[in-house]
Design a protein around this ligand. Structure first.
Ligand SMILES: Nc1ncnc2c1ncn2[C@@H]1O[C@H](COP(=O)(O)OP(=O)(O)OP(=O)(O)O)[C@@H](O)[C@H]1O
Ligand SMILES: [Mg+2]
Length: 221
């Protein structure tokens, strides 16, 4: 059983190159400037076991896994991450900012890769239980623009991701268009938890929209 009374759990979701990793850092700075304890993490990964599973998911042939296997790997990684990082941080009262979470599994494997929403919901009940996010920021951007941004980042030596880790980026254009629609559908189905953020503006513009959403939804001043 999880204690959820103290910390806050905020997840960033959206397609490839929409700006999740860029914006999570901005929100982290704003929260830390208010003296709040912040734990920044990511999925798949975020703990040693989960990072080992990440390697299986973000590298290699696009067709290497059946959708069900892929969803199980994501939830296996998520179980490790929740147990070793997210729940302990929430229990000590931190703001946990997570770069992708369950909505990505629902969007990629459940909706776009055709596994269906029911198996993903079943895994969610088994693994996440009460640890669902307080707020999910869904970064929405034209998928071709997102992929173009992600490709530019790959060329950028200062980028944080070293070579590889592009298995999902290599999936086709149609895949990424359907992914955008899937995230919007998830947001529409979960209006109490999700806020759709227009990610087409500049980094500061998108950051301002995120900060407004965080203040509104979590009552920060
Ligand atoms: N608002 C923006 N305008 C222009 N470029 C941006 C903007 N936000 C981020 N970028 C750039 O786009 C690239 C992708 O951004 P980022 O890595 O934050 O996306 P992401 O959503 O984390 O992608 P992925 O899903 O692949 O992890 C980076 O090179 C980043 O500097
Ligand atoms: Mg990223």
């Amino acid at each position: 059983m999880t204690t959820r009374s103290m910390g806050r759990f905020i997840t960033f979701e959206g397609g490839e190159g929409t700006g999740k990793t860029t914006q999570i850092k901005g929100l982290r700075s704003l929260l830390e400037a208010r003296g709040l304890d912040v734990v920044q993490t990511r999925e798949p990964g975020g703990s040693p076991g989960a990072e080992a599973i990440r390697d299986l998911l973000v590298n290699g042939d696009t067709e290497r896994w059946c959708p069900a296997t892929e969803a199980l790997l994501h939830y296996a990684a998520r179980n490790e991450h929740l147990e070793h990082v997210v729940r302990p941080a929430l229990e000590k009262g931190a703001y946990v900012l997570c770069d992708r979470f369950s909505d990505s599994t629902m969007a990629y494997q459940g909706i776009v890769q055709g596994l269906g929403s029911e198996p993903v919901t079943t895994l969610e009940a088994l693994v996440v239980r009460q640890t669902s996010p307080d707020l999910t920021l869904v970064l929405d951007l034209d998928s071709a623009l997102g992929i173009a941004r992600a490709k530019d980042r790959a060329k950028d030596k200062a980028g944080e991701r070293s070579g590889g880790e592009d298995r999902y980026e290599r999936m086709g254009e149609d895949f990424h268009q359907r992914l955008r629609a899937a995230f919007l559908q998830i947001a529409e189905d979960n209006p109490g938890r999700c806020v759709v953020i227009d990610a087409s503006g500049s980094v500061p513009e998108v950051g301002a929209a995120i900060w407004t959403a965080v203040q509104d939804r979590l009552g920060l001043t």
